[in-house]
Design a protein around this ligand. Structure first.
Ligand code: SF4
Length: 257
């Protein structure tokens, strides 16, 4: 069956403060019933794969129930999380509804994680999650997202070595992108050249045991992703500009996918 996928930024709130973040800010969460209505609309539109993200998706009240309902409809659920709320109890509760968990980590260095706004102990938090899932042998794919920027450019070897200890399904390497919001404000501090980015990717492909290495640069964000925002707006990025094309509370997705 063809995968019809949507990326749902279900909350704009986050419990980290990444200085390169380009999420949409200042949007109110919808109620559980409104989000359920969107989920039903997505299902009726033939969507069979949802990437749940934010902000931090696990902050949303009722998200565990939405994941369960989505799973019971036969939708493939992928979640992207910074891991801060992924306690062993939460993992035990939701892993069965998930096809994959994507953890965001850009460095093993506490200093770098602090400078990026992820929080000083981000590496330790991610390590605890990976160790726990490894120990439990849970059948959920683990994916990694990393952003390459000025601060962590020379520090990827440690991250490669760290991730080589785990059974990671895929690693997506984003070039820093000044797309919107904080990422635009902080562009000067984080921007890197295509050459610098390619060098890091080349090294990762050479040294990492992870088979699926994927890259993302600005052009990839154009029209490739149909996003649903926390308020239900359906957004497509075109020539660097976000275009609202509908609202998932009332619209079916056939016209956009
Ligand atoms: S990059 Fe992700 S974890 Fe960091 S502030 Fe933005 S939404 Fe939160």
């Amino acid at each position: 069956m063809k995968e019809l996928e949507i990326c749902w930024n279900i909350t704009a709130r986050c419990n980290q403060n990444c200085k390169y973040c380009h999420r949409f800010l200042n949007l109110q969460d919808l109620s559980f019933d409104e989000n359920l209505q969107i989920l039903n609309n997505l299902y009726d539109s033939g969507i069979n794969s949802i990437t749940w993200t934010g902000g931090e998706a696990l902050l949303l009240s009722g998200i565990d129930e939405l994941l369960k309902i989505s799973y019971e409809k036969g939708i493939k659920n992928k979640i992207i999380t910074n891991g801060k709320l992924l306690t062993p109890e939460r993992i035990n509760k939701i892993y069965k509804y998930l096809d994959s968990i994507t953890l965001s980590i850009d460095s093993t260095s506490d200093d770098i994680n602090e400078s990026l706004g992820r929080g000083r102990y981000h590496y330790t938090e991610i390590k605890e999650i990976l160790d726990y899932i490894k120990e439990k042998e849970y059948e959920v794919k683990i994916r990694i997202n990393s952003v390459v920027c000025k601060n962590n450019l020379s520090n990827f070897n440690d991250l490669i070595d760290f991730l080589n200890n785990y059974n990671i399904y895929s690693w997506r390497i984003f070039k820093f992108m000044p797309l919107r919001e904080k990422a635009v404000i902080n562009k000067e501090s984080f921007d890197i050249s295509m050459r610098e980015y390619s060098k890091v990717v080349e090294n990762i492909k050479k040294e990492s045991k992870i088979k699926n290495i994927d890259t993302r640069i600005e052009e990839d964000m154009e029209k490739k992703y149909v996003l649903i925002l926390a308020n239900g707006d359906i957004v497509i990025t075109n020539n660097g500009k976000d275009e609202k094309v509908g609202n998932a509370l009332t619209d079916y997705m056939e016209n956009y996918i």
